[in-house]
Write a protein that binds this ligand. Structure first.
Ligand code: FAD
Length: 559
């Protein structure tokens, strides 16, 4: 029987007998932890006997059983941490082989030791903990965690949202041996396309959120931090704790920032006194509450200047609210306006006629080139700046319900870096999504400085393209996969019907289905079915897992 020292304070052992306990005590062990459930195999000494023998020799004892083949859960790790803190060292942990004891120890040490040091200490004792490396890395973040400076990965993905997760999954499906790190501070991931349905009372908010840790691919390392900046010359990403991560290839997927403060008074007004937005998880339910409670008065819906994510979402909130009022028979008593800072109702002309019919059907006052600039919550007034032939004018209007979509800008870490183009977004080639200057940098999703619609639908097509091109770059080849600018916007014009705007670069309509099945220029029940029933599982179970139905990348034959 060998007691393997992992550190000075912790040793590991296979199953102990009573004789082993006596020997451990003679060799200076002060405490014993059993990580094995009783009765796993015939002849196994019960933990109660080990405990009794330990206590007889003045040793402390703890029983934290972990089932064979299952990683310790958070509760078991917390109990291990508490035991290690309470017990006198050296502590001897045991299970059938010692593996579970060392795994528990490693997870309990996160936050105290760098994950690399935990892995190395275990390795020296002959225990391979690489299977829990992502968990060690993720849990290791927090107060007291030493910076992970000096670490380098084949691929570093900045941002673990729709685009970051989809790209990581796509890369690892294609090449499982790749070392991939995802830098993402949030422990929650949101299915933002579902927020329109939350605001329309079709989904519950809880249906649109999941724990990030369950979405990070198991072979990727999660670095739970925010990116502070990029140094593409030295191929490094700076994190908010001051540490630095090196990369072979960088994928930027930080999304787009919502600039609520750009509208005076808005931040104070949000969430009460009739002011809401489907652009926030916590506020989307308030949209439905407000619309459900309104029977007369004035409702204002707004859209800021482009670029914004899902340019149809401001209208979706409008139409679903109007349809609710129509069904309740109160639409005629509500004065509804839609003010958009854009020069047209929708950026792709082909879809405007169908949408205009709904504007007319609901009796909406549509004002183009009109921008919300201030909100006075207590007075319930909104100020708009309108462009007219005679110049800009300011108009103040009161409201009972105000649905706001915030102005949106490139994330600060990108805006202030060498990666940014003139508009602040990452300057990439629109076809390969590779940076126009730094050939080992790619960007996709809302942060990319491309002219496609900023949508999850675009991400679904972009992620496989970026994955293929990243691997080619690592192999020293030219990026062979091409992106055509596909984006899609399911405009929920009434409950049960959607105008499914799908288009590629240049605003050219590009339907997925033949016209016989789905006419994209008209509202359809089939498109609603897709949005309600097909898109959520397609997002969670396919796109974020690297499965790519109808999204296989187009690869240049010549390369
Ligand atoms: P996100 O998914 O937003 O992810 C960005 C990630 O970067 C986040 O996890 C964030 O925490 C992280 N991050 C930010 N800053 C940092 C930093 N400094 N360091 C590290 N990480 C950072 N799309 C559709 O296809 N169809 C729809 O019907 C649709 N409807 C929508 C309705 C609404 C109300 C909204 C808000 C969006 C909608 N979208 C829709 C758009 C879609 O959600 C986005 O286009 C998509 O999520 C973009 O993915 P992304 O990864 O680029 O950004």
């Amino acid at each position: 029987m060998s007691f393997r020292p992992i550190t000075e304070a912790f040793l590991a052992s296979p199953q102990l007998s009573v004789a082993d306990v006596n020997r451990a005590a003679s060799e200076g062990v002060r405490s014993i932890i059993c990580a094995r459930p009783d009765g796993e195999e015939a002849g196994q000494t019960p933990s109660a006997e080990i405990e009794q023998a330990a206590r007889c020799r003045g040793l402390d004892f703890a029983y934290i059983p972990v089932r064979a083949g299952t990683p310790p859960d958070d509760d078991q790790v917390a109990r291990m941490r508490a035991a290690l803190e309470r017990m006198s060292a050296p502590v001897l942990g045991y299970c059938r082989s010692g593996m579970r004891a060392v795994t528990l120890w490693g997870l309990a040490e996160t936050g105290k030791m760098p994950s690399a040091a935990i892995l190395e200490a275990a390795r020296k004792a002959g225990v391979d903990l690489s299977g829990i490396a992502p968990r060690l890395e993720a849990a290791g973040v927090g107060p007291g965690r030493p910076p992970v400076s000096g670490r380098r990965f084949d691929v570093v993905i900045a941002g673990g949202g729709a685009a970051g997760l989809a790209t990581a999954a796509s890369l690892l499906r294609r090449r499982p041996s790749l070392s991939v790190a995802i830098i993402e501070p949030s422990d929650k991931h949101y299915y933002q396309p579902g927020w329109t349905f939350v605001g329309g009372g079709v989904f519950q908010a809880a249906q649109t959120v999941r724990d990030e840790e369950h979405l990070i691919p198991s072979k990727a390392q999660w670095i739970r931090q925010a990116v502070a900046g990029f140094d593409p010359e030295s191929r490094e990403v700076r994190l908010q704790d001051g540490s630095v991560i090196g990369y072979g290839v960088l994928v930027v997927a930080l999304g787009i920032s919502l600039n609520w403060s750009a509208i005076e008074g808005l931040e104070d007004a949000l969430g009460h006194d009739g002011v809401t937005s489907n652009y926030r998880y916590d506020l989307a339910p308030y949209t439905f509450r407000l619309a459900s409670g309104l029977s007369r008065g004035r409702a204002l819906f707004t859209q800021p200047p482009m670029p914004i994510k899902c340019a149809g979402a401001p209208q979706k909130a409008l139409y679903l609210s109007c349809d609710l009022w129509r069904r309740r028979g109160v639409l005629g008593q509500i004065d509804v306006s839609f003010d958009t800072a854009t020069p047209a109702l929708f950026g792709v002309a082909a879809f405007v006629p169908a949408l205009t019919r709904y504007i007319e059907r609901y009796g909406v006052h549509l004002t183009l080139r009109s921008k919300l600039v201030a909100v006075d919550g207590p007075r319930r007034t909104a100020t708009f700046e309108q462009e007219t032939g005679a110049g800009k004018i300011r108009i103040e209007r009161d409201y009972d319900m105000l649905h706001v979509v915030p102005p949106q800008v490139a994330p600060e870490a990108v805006r202030n870096s060498a990666l940014a183009g003139a508009d602040g977004f990452v300057a990439v080639d629109p076809v390969t999504l590779r940076h126009t200057t730094f050939t080992d940098v790619f960007a996709l999703g809302d942060v990319a400085g491309t002219s496609n619609a900023k949508t999850a639908a675009a991400v679904r097509k972009q992620a496989p393209v970026v994955a293929v091109n990243v691997l080619a770059t690592l192999d020293g080849k030219a990026p062979p996969a091409v992106y055509d600018g596909y984006g899609a916007c399911p405009l929920t014009v009434e409950r049960g019907r959607i105008v499914l705007a799908e288009f590629v670069y240049g605003g050219r309509p590009m339907p997925t289905f033949p016209k016989l099945i789905q006419n994209n220029l008209e509202p359809s029940r089939f498109a609603w079915f897709l949005k309600e029933r097909v898109m959520p599982p397609l997002y969670w179970d396919a796109m974020l897992r690297g499965r790519e139905p109808l999204a296989a990348p187009d690869v240049k034959a010549t390369v």
